[in-house]
Design a protein around this ligand. Structure first.
Ligand SMILES: [Mg+2]
Length: 341
């Protein structure tokens, strides 16, 4: 494997009840807001009333979704711990294991791994083979980054992967909202013979019209995690804009993601996701009957492994859910102590 960047930021939200139960979430939101007005708001509330609290939070602090998501995760963790039940069972407990796909070979200035250059095709193939040797059978990689000049070059990379991996390994691609419509369409046409399970966020801004247009012109299924809440997803589902919807609990919370997953179920659409927060999303994916699978983004997976106790790990393309009450994502106290800022 190429050496990975050895630093990362992770903000953990901690909510403690008067009975001494501590719930943990994670957030990309404002620490000042969480420790200030949100903490004041939560004081004296019943943590079991996750729907009621979410409704009040979004009504009052609507723009601060990421901060609210961190609180919502912590409240679900508390609820599970108080009841002695894992969150995926609280959400319905539809599946005891879910597909787990590893996102790999990521790098390049317009990606979440902007600190390292894009992989060469040889590096990409080498890393994929290492993952397959490590029993991973479902893989996703990036396309549409600045350093790969055009869709033909991306198609060659996907073809090289399919050739070495053979037909049994599941392969997905993710453009991270970086491609023009015509580049994305050309890439779809070139990749149709290589059995791509889905193409995630192909076009700039997750433009709904372009996604629908692209979907109509290719056999490759489309996936997207549009920014926004249930109202945005409602339009994506009602207008058949994508095949997979990808709510992320670390961005919009479990309560909101569950509402979206229920809606998707009514449209017979699967959900999938993880982004950098796969382990938090495992509960939604396993809890719901339309949970298709959870992403383990390689770099963030290693962050989770560093920070959290007893992290569930994917094997053979599947993740077996833990029976630990709550989210089963308590941070290691010594790591928090050492790296707290
Ligand atoms: Mg993505």
């Amino acid at each position: 494997m190429r050496p990975l960047p050895n630093s990362a930021n992770l903000t953990i939200v901690e909510v403690e009840t008067d009975e001494g139960i501590i719930g943990y979430g994670r957030t990309g939101g404002s620490v000042e807001l969480i420790n200030g007005r949100l903490a004041d708001f939560l004081a004296g509330e019943d943590p079991m009333l996750t729907d009621q609290i979410w409704h009040q939070l979004t009504q009052t602090f609507g723009g601060a979704t990421a901060a609210l998501a961190g609180i919502d995760l912590a409240l679900w963790d508390i609820k599970g711990k108080a009841l002695g039940v894992p969150v995926w069972r609280l959400l319905g407990g539809a599946q005891e294991r879910v597909r787990a796909y590893v996102s790999f070979g990521l790098g390049g200035p317009n990606t979440s791994m902007s600190m390292v250059p894009a992989y060469t095709t040889e590096e990409l193939v080498e890393e994929a083979m290492l993952l397959v040797k490590g029993s991973h059978t479902k893989l996703k990689t990036g396309v549409g980054r600045y350093e790969v000049p055009n869709p033909d070059a991306d198609a060659e990379r996907m073809m090289a992967l399919r050739e070495v991996l053979g037909p049994e390994v599941m392969l997905m691609m993710d453009a991270g909202k970086n491609m023009s419509f015509h580049d994305a369409l050309r890439l779809c046409k070139l990749c149709e013979p290589y059995h791509i399970e889905f193409f995630e966020e192909p076009v700039i801004g997750n433009d709904a019209r372009q996604l629908a247009n692209l979907r109509a012109q290719t056999t490759i299924p489309m996936a997207a995690n549009p920014s926004g809440m249930r109202d945005v997803y409602r339009e994506f589902l009602a207008n058949e804009i994508v095949d997979f919807v990808q709510p992320n609990v670390a961005q919009i919370g479990i309560t909101e993601s569950k509402a979206i997953a229920d809606m998707a179920l009514a449209f017979n659409r699967p959900i999938s996701n993880g982004n950098g927060s796969g382990p938090h999303n495992m509960h939604l994916q396993a809890g719901m009957p339309n949970g298709w699978g959870v992403e383990f983004h390689y770099r963030h997976w290693m962050e989770y492994r560093t920070v959290y106790q007893n992290l569930p790990e994917p094997a053979d393309g599947w993740l077996t859910l833990p029976e630990t009450p709550g989210l089963a994502l308590d941070p290691k106290p010594e790591v928090v102590e050492q790296f707290r800022v």
